[in-house]
Design a protein around this ligand. Sequence first.
Ligand code: SF4
Length: 314
Amino acid sequence: MKNKEIKILLAAPRGFCAGVERAIEIVKKSIAKYGAPIYVRHEIVHNKYVVDSLKKIGAIFVEELREIKDKSRPVIFSAHGVPKSVPTEADEYKIEYIDATCPLVSKVHREAENLYKAGHHIVLIGHVNHPEVIGTMGQLPKNSIDLIQNENDVENYTLEAGKKIAYVTQTTLSVDDTKNIIASLKKKYPKIKEPYKEDICYATTNRQSAVKNIAKNCEMFFILGSQNSSNSVRLVEVAQQSGCKDSELIHSESEIPFDKIQNCKTIGISSGASAPEILVENFINKIKTKFNVKIDEVEIVKENIIFKVPGKLN
Ligand code: SF4
């Protein structure tokens, strides 16, 4: 096999976004400031490699605050954001908390709140049970926000007569699928109030465009990322919809399907916003052990966004 040449089209931008970099930095700086252990409510970002490496330096992951054994230790809220009830609960337990919610998720929270205060009923376009969706819905009183997942939901949706309606979206959705859902909403509710600025974040949009740009030239496409990472799963769908049917999510280099790759001339690689670059490097290095590899990185845009960590950690 070693004589066989494989071309790798490497999508760029890929991997860590500014919100993920910030959230990981918050955990590291908190451990440096307060010592270990530090609790983290929910996976700080949806990637097993990241979570495991933070566990090694003293992070303890819990799903709910009641699971925290030593409530004298600080807790960090994950990048996905939390419902308003969570900081309230932390105050009740007298647990110090540090909020690692991505500023772009917080922006959607404030937007939903402002639209609600202006008298709108809110629909959130997103995926049921995703922590970001739970967090955004939890910014508003029950029955003032409804989840819509697809065009079918729009069709079956009923709004109380005389109510004004507005929508917000999850930040990591498929740009194309969401366009269709929004078009259906606008058709049904022509006066629906839109977010002031697009909610799907720059990182989601850029990673999807980069994959879209090269997918048609690839026989197989691999997205490095975890199963529970919404933006990684969307990248697989985008690759499939953009001309590379044989696209899959892959957690690490241990899962490479060499038997399938050996029939390809060109494969595509990208990674979700929560997947570290080391996973891509390990993946490529493993492929190099079997094939002669030619790498062509195709960058569609340069990213230079940085989010600062909370001042108290500096
Ligand atoms: S994917 Fe977007 S919204 Fe989510 S953490 Fe990254 S920058 Fe923030």
